[in-house]
Design a binder for this molecule. Structure first.
Ligand SMILES: O=C(O)c1ccccc1N[C@@H]1O[C@H](COP(=O)(O)O)[C@@H](O)[C@H]1O
Length: 210
């Protein structure tokens, strides 16, 4: 089965269309206003309507309250909610909105690797730097060797500092079933590079996990 690919932080039509054309499995909209990739629900809806079907739409929320998710969903239909929150909040959100939830887990040491998944999928990401203004999307790479021989009995995805040149190696080293990228396929903060999106997806699909 080919590795799943999520392109996160779409803000404009060219990037969104490249994800559709080149077969991304998921596109992410960042509803966190301290990100250079922030979009309003209305902007996400306009992008999403550029195609029927295509990649599943993932909404990214950082410690959201129920009201903000609810008002976002009124504007843009989302297939998946990607959440930065506690396990308890993630379970609640899944129950409350009836959508699959992906939960971010910051990892700095092997002891940080989760043993179980309270929702549909865990996103394994590097722990953000102390001075970071956001919990992800920092182009910061995880030490992939921490994930060697880690074979969790739940769905997961590798994120953090991936790019066209590193994604195949990352998949071979970690056996990640899916990968997520934002900064690594941008030509400027918040603006995607369609050519990099095409190459990232091709390189991910060509990689054979260990
Ligand atoms: O992309 C953002 O700006 C962002 C903001 C807040 C939380 C998470 C964010 N991005 C997520 O982090 C991964 C990795 O990003 P990168 O490739 O290292 O830039 C990204 O795919 C998003 O899921």
């Amino acid at each position: 089965m080919p590795v799943g690919v999520k392109i996160c932080g779409l803000t404009e039509a060219e990037g969104f269309d490249a994800c559709v054309t080149h077969g991304a499995d998921w596109v992410g909209f960042v509803f966190f206003d301290r990100s250079p990739r922030f979009v309003t629900p209305e902007q996400a809806a306009v992008l999403s309507r550029r195609t029927v079907g295509g990649p599943e739409r993932v909404g990214l929320f950082v410690e959201p309250d129920d009201a903000s998710i609810e008002s976002t969903l009124r504007h843009v239909p989302l297939d998946i909610l990607q959440i930065y929150a506690t396990d308890e909040r993630a379970r609640h959100i899944r129950q409350r909105f009836g959508l699959p939830v992906w939960l971010s887990r910051p990892v700095a040491t092997r002891a940080d690797l989760p043993l179980s998944c309270p929702v549909e999928r865990i996103l394994v990401e590097p722990r953000p730097p102390n001075n970071a203004t956001r919990p992800g999307g920092n182009a910061q790479r995880l030490d992939w060797s921490l994930l060697k021989n880690w074979q969790p009995p739940f769905d997961w995805m590798l994120a953090g500092g991936l790019n066209v040149d590193t994604v195949a190696d990352a998949i071979r080293t970690t056996a990640a079933p899916a990968v997520d990228v934002s900064s690594g396929v941008e030509k400027a903060p918040g603006i995607k590079d369609p050519e990099a999106i095409a190459r990232f997806i091709a390189h991910a699909h060509s990689a054979t996990a260990r």
